[in-house]
Design a protein around this ligand. Sequence first.
Ligand code: PAN
Ligand code: ZN
Length: 186
Amino acid sequence: PPIDPLRISFSAAHGTMTPEGPLLTRRMSDVAGLFADEDARRRAADGDDPVVYTVAASPVPEAAGELPQSLTTILPGAVSGEFHMTKGHMHPDPQGEIYLGLSGRGGVLMYDGTRTEWIEMEPGMIGYIPPGWAHRSVNVGDEPYRFLAVYPGSAGHDYGWVVEHGMGRRVYRDGASYTLAPFSAA
Ligand code: PAN
Ligand code: ZN
């Protein structure tokens, strides 16, 4: 059954949602194969194993008809110059999603298997992800990058698609800015 109406607060400063659902933490040891330089990733995981990103959620369930929300925080950093990012996924039931930038500087990399798109994100900006586009978020700044995501509860999350097809590009530090390089397997 659908849940009751909810009033939800979220913090752009802390990356929290209240009331809160499950909290996910992805450390360097959780993202094997994500970065092009897998040896450097493993060394970081074997070292202080830093948090790469966290995902806080509201209690709205991932069920048909509902509109779940989550708040992602990507910590600043890079692995051999490749900026911290989310794993990335495809919605197996092709449905759109909106991202609302809350703090920091980042971007959404999208890939439909042929075409790559990059949308720069900053506070107050909406990034729209159309159905059929895999999506990955990247922190290209030097402070936490945060965004709120709203997506259909029946969309699902297919991580294997990205492992198999890649994302078209990788995002590297380039002086004080960034550059998109052709995708290479890890
Ligand atoms: C987002 C993502 C979140 C974490 O809420 O799930 O940013 O990224 P990964 O799921 O790729 O690890 C979203 O796109 N939901 O559909
Ligand atoms: Zn998504």
